[in-house]
Design a binder for this molecule. Structure first.
Ligand code: FAD
Length: 602
């Protein structure tokens, strides 16, 4: 592989080597004319070229040219045995060595630091012998198969990926239980309480804060992962009230497919939509794609049903209620510590039939933030309102001009596109110094952003295998402190990266906006030192979290608390509230077996 800088050019060129079978084979699967400067497209081309035994030459828009010589033929799968444990995709989406080799120089040129040779994931290290077997009553729903235990020993944070790739599962559960009905959930909780076996509810396992890792301390004789995957589906739809009863283990795609038969949608799309579940969303107070209005899943919950060791906790279906503290609000965000969410009534809506949107460029992030504030404070409620800083706009291929990008979009159901709202938002953005990106370029920029957002979990694991420390963290803060927070957190994180990794990039975007504040979301990309990644990230994360709290932000806007954020959550929450939470847990979970160590000390 070789890399050399050449003048900036538009587009990507693929040059076939001498032993090419046919250029149409390549272009039939990969359409260079529609491609922009994405590492994945380059990687896709390299992958196809490898299959065709050709070498390719790839040019990257506006940045550099890269020569990629792929190996003839396709190498053996790198991670066949452990990919399901740590990977994001299905079995056929496992990172391929040829793809990684092709991606490396492109990513290196964009990131500005050295990448490493692709890592071959290690086989799974032997797991400790299970300390507990399921009692006869639960034998039919129990598994102690090593890969199954390993999969339920990790979430999807950077550290989880690292440990998965190394075949190292620090805290595997002793067994995995998959209840098929609420009665079986209750039976699991009964057995766990009596036997002092900790129980960790598990939805899609996409937690990035250690929420599903069974690190429960040594007070227990064993630990069971309670996988809700068999409790899935839309059980009932009330089209009159526009609500649906959904079982907790339903994944995003399953939910949308089922609601689609009724012309309805939850319109809730977290970036982990493909893998995460309704129960997980409620348990973590997840945030979806709506940038304004109903940002968190909380706003979409009409009623919720949990099984607790003390009995069933089911709220009444109501559009609103002023009857004391809300049972729903206490259940939401309880992260498996108070009970197991088995189902919920969720507020659904007709599918949008029209959309309109555009991109506005800004000379600075703070000018873009002023525009976002003006838009939400004017009472406009765009479905999309993402402000992406200049570095992230470049890395994602959204804008190559060195400007920050504001992606703003409105949608409507059963009425014409909300063009008037869009025009009002654009006028406010222009008043704040924004430059409206011309229509065609704006559509391409929005496409590039969307594509990069969807591909992010896949690209992340590729970068991890190339030795990149890649992780995100997020917060929310009031408008009066936003600029200061973004500056201070970026600076503290950069300084920590320089000290710990020697280099690195920190990018920021606003993911959600409110009349009184916004949610900044940071991405960290740095050279990792193989073998030291967990310590490296722990240091950087601690510096970032300290800066977030010092600048008046929350330790999390939507990634939850889990085990990772608990030290900062304990400092953020009011003391008496901590006492009330502990008392609530003691009341419904007297044996203390439900997800010990999450939200509260184990
Ligand atoms: C690539 C990526 C992108 C992400 N994007 C977003 C995003 O856009 N928005 C966002 O909010 N989050 C995001 N996350 C974080 C994560 O996806 C969310 O926290 C999600 O809500 C977790 O759902 P899950 O089904 O995977 O839950 P899990 O990870 O399985 O569990 C999360 C927590 O909830 C508990 N739990 C799960 N199910 C139940 C249940 N039925 N009853 C009681 N407790 C339960 C678990 O014990 C654990 O503490 C992202 C994560 C990744 C890896």
């Amino acid at each position: 592989m070789s890399l050399r800088q050449l003048p900036a050019r538009r587009g990507i060129v693929v040059e076939l080597g001498r032993n090419a079978l046919s250029s149409s084979d390549l272009t039939a699967k990969w359409k260079p004319t529609r491609c922009r400067n994405s590492g994945e497209q380059v990687a896709t081309a390299a992958h196809i070229a490898a299959r065709l035994s050709v070498s390719i030459r790839v040019g990257v828009e506006g940045a550099c040219w890269v020569h990629v010589h792929t190996r003839a033929g396709r190498g053996p799968a790198m991670t066949a045995s452990t990919y399901p444990v740590w990977g994001w995709g299905g079995p056929d989406q496992e990172p391929d060595p040829a793809v990684l080799e092709a991606l490396a120089p492109v990513a290196q040129a964009l990131l500005g630091f050295d990448l490493q040779a692709p890592e071959r994931p290690a086989p799974l290290r032997p797991l400790p012998v299970p300390r507990q077997a399921a009692p006869a009553l639960l034998a039919a729903i129990a598994s102690q198969e090593p890969l199954d235990r390993a999969r339920h020993g990790l979430g999807r944070a950077y550290g989880d990926l690292i440990r998965g790739v190394r075949g190292r599962i620090d805290h595997p559960p002793d067994l995995v239980l998959r209840p098929r009905a609420e009665a079986e959930v209750a039976a699991v909780l009964d057995w766990c309480g009596q036997a002092q076996v900790a129980v960790v509810p598990f939805g899609g396992g996409t937690s990035v804060v250690g929420g599903v890792e069974p690190a429960v301390g040594d007070r227990f004789v064993g630990v069971a992962a309670l996988d809700l995957g068999a409790l899935a589906g839309v059980a009932e739809v009330d089209p009159v009230s526009r609500a649906a009863r959904v079982l907790a283990g339903t994944t995003g795609p399953e939910l949308e497919a089922a609601l689609g038969h009724h012309g309805l949608t939850l319109r809730f799309f977290p970036q982990s939509f493909e893998r995460s579940t309704v129960g997980g969303w409620l348990a973590t107070r997840a945030a979806g794609h709506f940038a304004t209005g109903a940002t968190h899943v909380d706003d979409l919950v009409e009623a919720v049903r949990l099984i607790t060791p003390a009995g069933v906790w089911a709220s009444r279906r109501l559009p609103a209620s002023g009857a004391g503290p809300s049972p729903d609000r206490l259940a939401l965000g309880s992260e498996g510590t108070l009970g197991v969410i088995t189902e919920a009534w969720l507020r659904v809506r007709p599918r949008p039939t029209s959309r309109t949107g555009t991109v506005v460029a800004f000379g600075s992030f703070s000018a873009g933030a002023e525009a976002v504030r003006a838009i939400v404070q004017a009472g406009l409620a765009p479905a999309t309102c993402r402000l992406v800083d200049a570095t992230e706009a470049t890395l994602t291929g959204t804008l190559a001009s060195g400007e920050a990008a504001l992606l703003v979009g409105f949608e409507a159901a059963g009425r014409p596109p909300p063009d008037a709202e869009l025009a009002a938002a654009v006028a406010l953005a222009q008043d704040a110094g924004g430059r409206l990106v011309p229509e065609q370029a704006g559509a391409a920029a929005a496409d590039a952003w969307r594509g990069s957002f969807r591909r992010a979990p896949y690209l992340r694991e590729q970068l991890v295998l190339l030795g990149v420390l890649v992780e995100t963290f997020e917060t929310a803060v009031t408008w009066d402190r936003l600029e200061e927070l973004v500056d201070q957190v970026t600076e503290a994180t950069r300084a920590a990266l320089a000290q710990v990794c020697g280099a690195g990039t920190v990018t920021c975007r606003l993911t959600h906006a409110y009349p009184d504040g916004a949610a900044p979301y940071f991405t960290v990309l740095a050279p990792a030192r193989r073998g030291s990644e967990l310590c490296q990230w722990a240091e950087v994360k601690a510096a970032a979290a300290e800066a977030v709290l010092a600048a008046g932000g929350t330790i999390t806007h939507h990634h939850a608390v889990g085990r990772e954020h608990r030290p900062w959550y304990e400092r953020q929450r009011p003391g008496p509230f901590g006492l009330a939470l502990a008392a609530a847990k003691a009341a419904v979970d007297p044996a203390g077996v439900l997800n010990p160590g999450v939200l509260l000390p184990a």
